[in-house]
Ligand binder design. Structure first.
Ligand code: NAG
Ligand code: NAG
Ligand code: NAG
Ligand code: ZN
Length: 552
């Protein structure tokens, strides 16, 4: 008998959380009173009542922090290949990020762009219309944000090359990931996309041409022949295509700034980067992306020496969501803060050598065209707010709740912004209820995970023995069933709330997709486990052993 009696795990967790919360509140209170006398004490008690009045955001520099480098451009990435918000949401979102110091947005449309004429079949069936894009442009202008459209031109062409009509453009026939740079129709296709996207953004002076994760390069016979003929390496083939794309952009609209992801270039030797055959177009500005916690260590110093010698301007790309797991539903705040802090140290270290044009704070919504949705944009908003403050030079202490962010996002429980162990932050910004629901769902999922690790499940619900022979301990099955029933009831309530909060910001397709991905499999699992409990509880007499004697 290995099962230990005692309160069920959920309750001991709850006790632990309560204890942590009380401890945190005490520590923070002492810290606050000690650090900032008088006015903050008043603020604190107002916070506890959850009734403080939101104020306009006033950046405050804290004297104790070491100075951060000035990050010129602060661009927020909008990954629209998943969960594109309804257009009215941009008014709210742009207002918020511009208050927090953002200078623009990088818009990754993929199939959400309304391609015209010969390209109409590339667009998703729920793509934005041209007039909606006009509205988004106008809203960006209203809040003084520039729009940088991202146009895929090499890797991550899945949204086009998956279609039967575009199969012939593939570098590798079995997968739609990469476009063949030497196929006769490729540059025409790219030029048509570029024209349409640039035309829809008349005010934009910068574009991003993607060019990351080119997983199949120089594979096809056309490319092999081309490389042989020109005596090109694969790397030179890559540079050649990127240059062709830059030339197209120049032709469509001269003097555009052209950004590209740097991960392919990063693998090149200094000699490759300086290939005399394929001198990189001077307008190209690489965006060095790294979304991990240890940016500083992982991007060695050699890279900066190489890039400094080649590029006039270099960009950094950090993350505020979508970088810790392809199916996450809540953000790991500390991961993203550490990632961005790492970038700031790195910029500070190398800015005497490299001209950093700015930082792009990415918020991935899917890992690629085929993957599920990760954290939704409104769920990532508090993290984004903290990151924007950080890159604006205001480093909120990680030990105290981010009061300014809580004020700006109308959150009544600032402690919850640090991590879900402190409860939920109860924010009333547009989409704040989605954050609430995602945290609650995450909690239920964690409870199911620990239930499956419970000794009673492992010892008395084994599929090959207990379930197969309907042979289990009634008392344990009743206890497990009670937990599952509670999870199911809470999930049922939550499902209604999630539906309402999702519909506020997203179209019916996204609502359905999110529920189908993140709620339904979970609900199904709870249901299946309940059915198993019922099966194991259906008997009150059991046969003599061996149980498998019928099979012998
Ligand atoms: C788009 O797809 C439809 C249906 O397959 C086809 O009839 C039409 O010709 C396609 N349009 C273009 C512009 O390729
Ligand atoms: C082809 O390129 C390689 C490496 O750049 C060089 O060593 C070689 O001489 C070149 N061959 C011809 C025929 O140009
Ligand atoms: C916070 O609440 C105030 C007052 O209701 C409102 O004017 C403001 O827009 C809200 N802020 C956000 C980010 O929703
Ligand atoms: Zn090819």
């Amino acid at each position: 008998m290995v099962y230990k009696r005692g309160p069920y795990k959920k309750h001991s967790n709850l006790k632990l959380y309560c204890f942590l919360l009380v401890a945190a509140v005490l520590i923070c209170t002492v810290y606050f009173i000690w650090k900032q006398p008088a006015d903050n004490v008043i603020e604190k008690s107002a916070l506890e009542r959850g009734s403080f009045m939101p104020q306009e955001f006033i950046p405050k520099t804290e004297p104790n922090n070491k100075p951060h480098p000035i990050v010129r451009e602060k661009i927020v990435h909008l990954d629209l290949k998943g969960a594109p918000p309804k257009v009215f949401y941009y008014d709210h979102f742009f207002n918020l990020i511009s208050k927090l110091g953002a200078t623009g947005v990088l818009v990754e449309y993929e199939d959400m762009f309304p391609y015209q004429d010969e390209l109409t079949n590339i667009s998703a069936l729920n793509a934005y219309s041209l007039s909606e894009i006009q509205t988004i442009n106008d809203l960006a202008a209203k809040y003084s944000l520039k729009i940088i459209p991202l146009i895929q031109t090499f890797g991550h062409m899945e949204f086009i090359l998956k279609l039967a009509d575009y199969k012939k453009f593939r570098e590798e026939p079995s997968t739609p990931q990469t476009i063949c740079p030497t196929f006769s129709e490729t540059l025409h296709l790219i030029e048509t996309m570029v024209k349409q996207i640039i035309m829809a953004h008349p005010k934009s002076e910068t574009v991003h041409i993607g060019a990351d994760e080119v997983y199949y390069l120089g594979n096809c016979n056309r490319c092999k022949d081309f490389m042989r003929e020109k005596n090109f390496s694969k790397n030179e083939l890559y540079l050649e295509h990127v240059n062709s794309v830059a030339k197209i952009i120049n032709k469509v609209k001269p003097d555009m700034r052209i950004l590209m992801w740097d991960d392919e270039l990063r693998t090149f030797s200094s000699t490759d980067l300086r290939s005399p055959h394929t001198v990189l177009n001077k307008q190209l500005e690489p965006v060095v992306w790294k979304y991990s916690r240890e940016v500083y260590d992982e991007l060695g110093p050699g890279l900066w020496v190489d890039y400094a010698g080649i590029f006039d301007k270099v960009w950094a790309a950090s993350a505020f969501k979508g970088a810790t797991g392809s199916s996450e539903i809540v953000s790991q705040v500390t991961h993203y803060l550490q990632n961005n802090r790492g970038w700031l140290s790195l910029i500070k270290e190398h800015e005497h050598r490299v001209h950093f044009a700015g930082i792009i704070i990415t918020g991935w919504q899917r890992y690629d065209h085929f993957s599920v949705l990760c954290e939704l944009l409104p769920v990532g908003v508090p993290t984004l707010a903290m990151v924007l403050r950080l890159v604006s030079g205001i480093d909120d202490s990680p030990m105290t709740p981010p009061l300014e962010v809580a004020r700006l996002l109308n959150c009544s429980q600032p402690y919850g912004l640090i991590g879900s162990a402190f409860g939920s932050p109860r924010c009333s910004y547009l989409g704040g209820n989605l954050l609430e629901s995602a945290l609650a769902l995450n909690q239920l999922k964690q409870e199911l995970t620990s239930l499956k690790e419970d000794s009673r499940v492992k010892g008395w619900m084994n599929s090959g023995y207990n379930v197969k022979y309907q042979f289990s301990n009634v008392r344990h099955m009743e206890a497990i069933k009670a937990v599952l029933m509670r999870l199911q009831a809470e999930l049922n309530d939550l499902q209604v709330e999630i539906g309402t909060s999702l519909s506020e910001i997203y179209d019916e397709h996204t609502v359905k997709e999110w529920q189908s991905t993140h709620v339904q499999p979970f609900a199904k699992e709870v249901e299946t486990l309940l059915a198993t409990c019922d099966k194991l509880l259906a008997k009150d007499t059991w046969p003599r052993r061996p149980l498998d004697r019928d099979e012998l």
